[in-house]
Each structure stands twice: as structure tokens, then as C-alpha cells.
Design a protein around this ligand. Sequence first.
Ligand SMILES: Nc1ncnc2c1ncn2[C@@H]1O[C@H](COP(=O)(O)OP(=O)(O)OP(=O)(O)O)[C@@H](O)[C@H]1O
Length: 286
Amino acid sequence: MAELTEEQSRVKAEEPTASGADVKVHPAPEPARPHDSREGTPTVIVDDLHIIYRVYGAATEAEKGNAANALMRLLKRQGRPQMKEIHAVRGVSFVARHGDAIGLVGRNGSGKSTLLRAIAGLLPPHSGAVYTDGQPSLLGVNAALMRELTGERNIVLGCYAMGMNPSQVKQKYDDIVDFSGIGEFVQFPMSTYSSGMGARLRFAIASAKSHDVLLIDEALATGDREFRRKSQDRIKKMREEAGTVFLVAHNLDVIEETCNRVIWLHKGKIKMDGDPKTVLAAYNKG
Ligand SMILES: Nc1ncnc2c1ncn2[C@@H]1O[C@H](COP(=O)(O)OP(=O)(O)OP(=O)(O)O)[C@@H](O)[C@H]1O
């Protein structure tokens, strides 16, 4: 992933925000709260991004590896049997700014998680580029907490992984446990948690630190109403500190209540990009 230089940031900021979009409601929505001098400046620029997964071994039964087939391939100088390509993100372009909370919506398989993982630098672009200002942090349903360790150990390790020192961890520990609402379960291995408890703990850990770019994949989906309200307050605070938040959620109420902008992905392309009410109304109709 390339870092965003000042020059790139200036030039890119002048480019259209969603060149691949079918519809643009308003291409560069104004950030809601002018609190920080960085507010409104780009944090993430996605430039004609294509992501292709290669799935090896997607061969038919007849083509699958047995010794005779392998020998024939060698003799005919053929490569591996059947490699299938899945073009998950197809020419996506947009600019996210300090203070934005951007909801990503779209049907199953439309490329939301793939796009988040690419912004986090976990998937290399097939073509195009992602430029980021600061370190993006991905909080996904499978965020790297260890199931066999207790909540307590995961909090400590998670905080270290985010760059905190021991005294900062100590200072944040109680707040994380309180926020997650997991109570005495903090002493138990995470493998004993319900999916909601795990998701709440992950969000509590990740949001204990402010992030330049926080990418949240479905982590709020399993929380109850009270937890959602607390999470939304945290996201709001992050935006006020001029961070950028990306949120994938199938629950559209969460998106509408939390975000100031929504990007609708359809079959790997941006179908619409604009203010939540307009985009969600169109998405609900389509
Ligand atoms: N690791 C992978 N290997 C191969 N193909 C993948 C992989 N992950 C996702 N895909 C494919 O890429 C496409 C986009 O998937 P992605 O998970 O990004 O969509 P999504 O919008 O997040 O879906 P959902 O709402 O179901 O979570 C789908 O066709 C999916 O099958």
C-alpha cells in the first residue's frame, strides 16, 4: 500500500470521487463537523481499484490431479489444472476524508469486505491503487484475537498490537471490559463467547485507541440496541477527532444512524455514492 504524499493528496483531491459510479448523488460530501484543521482533507484515495482472487484447484473431477494426468500435463508442457479468477472489485474510485464515516452497502458478494481488506493493505491490487494517510486498522468479524486465550489476555495483547505501552493498557483495561459488557466472561477463553460477545469485545478493544482510518466489518451487527448506541457514540467521537471510519453492516439502520456518507457496491462496482438517506432509499428500492 502506498503512502499518500502531500502532492498526491492535492492532485487526487481534485479528481472526481467516484469515476466508476453509475450514479453520483454528490461526489464529495461535506464532512459534518468542522472541528479539526485536517477535517475534509483526504485520508484514503481509491483509484480505479481492481481486486482479483485466484482460486487454484477449481478443476473438474476429470481434470483433478492423479499421476497419469500430471504426467500428461508435463508431457504437453501444460500448467496447473484450472485456476479460476474471481473479479471481486471492478474499477472502484473514491476519496474519503478526515471526519467521514462511510457506510458500505450491497448484496452478498458485492465486494464490500474485499474493498475493506484492500484499503487495510491485506489484499494487493490487481490494478489501480489505494493511497492512505496514516495506518488503516481493520476490525473484522475475524479480527485477530485468539479464541483459546481469555478475554483478559486478548485485551492486553490487542492493546499491545495497537501500539500501546503497559501503562496505557492498564489505564484502558477497565474501560474496555465495561464497554464490551462481557462482565465475568473476561476471565474465560474467547472460545466460550457468543458471537455477539466476541464482536463487542473486538470493537471495545479496537475503539480504545483513536485511529486515522478504522475499518469495521459487520462488528456491530451482533450487538444489542444499547451496545449499538454506545458504539455509535464512539464512532461519532472518532469522526470528531477527524478520523475516518468505514462501516460494513447489513443492518441499514446502523448505517443510517452512524454514517454521513454511503457507498453502494453492486457486483464489484460503485452503483451510488452520496448522503445516507438518498443512497439507502435507492438501495431499498433496487
Ligand atoms: N478469499 C477469497 N477467495 C476467493 N474468492 C473470494 C474470497 N473472498 C471473497 N471472494 C469472492 O469475492 C466476491 C466478493 O466477496 P466479498 O466477501 O468481498 O463480498 P461482500 O459484499 O463482503 O459479501 P457479504 O455481504 O456476503 O459479506 C464474491 O464473489 C466472493 O465469492
